[in-house]
Design a protein around this ligand. Structure first.
Ligand SMILES: Nc1ncnc2c1ncn2[C@@H]1O[C@H](COP(=O)(O)OP(=O)(O)OP(=O)(O)O)[C@@H](O)[C@H]1O
Ligand SMILES: [Mg+2]
Length: 481
């Protein structure tokens, strides 16, 4: 019987009952109390229903049977005088769990279906040829096909002609690489409307199917186009405005310049007037001293030359240079000062240039634009000083090297800029002057930062303000500092 108990080791919930036909000769497995069944008749152990089934088994009228015994369900088999009972309660439990899982699965499937149908994107399942196996409501509505109609369509047949081949490739790529994302194409609905769509495909290997998400991006594309057009219009408007401002700034500078010429010419014109009056006096004399006349001529020529030089300076200032050129910042600053010198003298303002000796002062850019910046700065300082009637008025221009850059500081003692004006001074049209255009500093910033790749900064100092123009110079010799 060793063999039978070995079998039991592998089936711990089983009972083996050995008989000699009608009487039990051995019981293996189960509770200990079952041992007492030895020598008892089967008829006395099992109820009538169970006994009947066991008899059927013994007569081989059935292969297996379900027997209720001692409050439990057993599966029973019979072979050569031995009955094998297997506790099948566990199987019932598994069965009921299985049933439950199945119903949960069904409700999950319904849930998933609802999610698919509620999704605001087209979701469809395709076979490996791209034929539709399923499509959610959104996709059906978007493409104007019913599910029945979609069964005979494919993602290729619903593409516009030029996208048929790329759609086929997309399906193949999804199968090869597992997914193919954000593929943009044009789909054609049943009524022939062309839709811009973005598709993402994922290959489900275990089912050999493709899940495809389709988004209608027609509106997005239209919106993007609209936005692009708006930006283009805006940019055009801006550059037009910028052009106008450049023009205005040149006009403003020209105004300042004419002012300056008027000042510069006043004195020589006055002298010329006196000389001409003197001439009339001389002409009334009988003996005209030729030497004296020559002296007068020389003096008149000198004045006229000076006036003509002023005009030359003026026209040079407004000559437009189209190409960047190397120029010397010190020379440009001196040129600018020369144009405003007389006015500064009239207002008793001293101007001084300080610079590091042996510093390379050549810079690449537009010399006339740079002069315009310096002139505007000096003019601003001058106006601040004049409006505050500053005593001991001075403007200092300091040229120095800071690390690898060239700094030009324009410092005045004109009283500085108020705290609320400070953030606005570089804005176009911001001015605190009655006749100011407010473009000077805006243009200066554009010239230094956009055209010369530098920086323009401002800071209030003790009695005035300090503007700093920072230009990249890339000095290589570290001995200068
Ligand atoms: N050195 C300075 N001291 C005090 N305030 C200044 C100085 N420089 C500029 N500002 C202030 O900044 C404002 C703007 O200067 P900006 O040069 O842009 O225009 P503007 O001088 O008013 O007019 P424009 O230069 O076009 O004739 C001035 O109106 C003034 O209030
Ligand atoms: Mg100004």
């Amino acid at each position: 019987m060793r063999k039978k108990s070995d079998i039991l080791k592998n089936m711990p919930k089983s009972i083996i009952v050995e008989t000699n036909g009608k009487v039990v000769v051995g019981v293996y497995g189960g509770k200990k109390s079952l041992k007492k069944l030895k020598h008892k008749k089967l008829k006395d152990i099992f109820d009538a229903k169970a006994y009947k089934r066991l008899k059927k088994l013994r007569k081989k009228k059935s292969k297996s049977s379900v027997i209720s015994w001692d409050g439990q369900e057993y599966g029973a088999y019979y072979k050569s005088d031995v009955f094998y009972f297997y506790d099948i309660t566990a199987y019932f439990e598994v069965e009921s769990k299985l049933k439950q899982s199945l119903s949960e699965l069904t409700s999950k499937k319904e849930e998933l279906q609802a999610v698919f149908d509620l999704a605001a994107n087209g979701i469809s399942i395709l076979d490996r040829d791209g034929m539709f196996l399923y499509a959610n409501k959104f996709f059906q509505n978007m493409m104007e096909y019913t599910m029945e109609e979609l069964y005979s369509e494919s993602c290729i047949s619903l593409s516009s002609a030029e996208y048929a081949a790329p759609s086929k490739t997309a399906v193949e790529k999804a199968i090869e690489f597992g997914s193919f994302e954000k593929f943009k194409k044009v789909c054609v609905t049943k009524s022939g409307v062309h839709l811009n769509a973005s598709m993402s495909l994922a290959y489900l290997e275990s089912r050999d199917e493709i899940i495809m998400i389709t988004s209608d991006i027609t509106e997005d594309i239209m919106y993007q186009d609209k936005l692009k057009k708006q930006v283009e219009i805006e940019v055009a408007k801006r550059s037009q405005q910028h052009e106008i401002m450049c023009h205005q700034s040149r006009l403003a500078a020209m105004g300042e310049m004419i002012d300056s010429i008027a000042h510069q010419w006043r004195q020589p014109l006055n002298s010329l007037g006196i000389i001409v009056q003197g001439l009339r006096h001389i002409s009334s004399q009988k003996n005209i001293d030729a030497r004296f006349l020559k002296e007068i001529e020389a003096e008149m020529m000198q004045k006229l030359n000076y006036m003509s030089q002023t005009i030359d300076d003026f026209s040079m200032f407004f000559r437009i240079s189209k190409q960047k050129e190397s120029f010397n910042v010190l020379k440009s600053i001196e040129d600018a000062i020369r144009l405003i010198d007389i006015q500064l003298k009239n207002y008793n303002i001293t101007i001084k240039i300080t610079k590091d000796e042996s510093l390379d002062l050549s810079v690449l850019g537009f010399a006339n634009k740079f002069r315009q910046v310096i002139l505007n700065m000096i003019h601003n300082s001058m106006m601040a000083i004049v409006s505050k009637s500053v005593k001991n008025a001075k403007i200092e221009i300091i040229i120095k090297r800071v690390k690898n850059n060239l700094h030009i500081e324009i410092v005045d003692n004109g009283g500085g800029i108020s705290r609320e004006d400070m953030p606005k001074i570089f804005n176009p049209y911001f001015t605190t002057k009655d006749k100011g255009s407010g473009i000077g500093l805006y243009m200066s910033k554009v010239i230094i930062e956009s055209h010369m790749n530098g920086l323009l900064a401002v800071k209030n100092i003790k009695d005035g303000v300090k503007f700093t123009i920072m230009l990249k110079k890339g000095y290589e010799d570290a001995s200068h500092s």
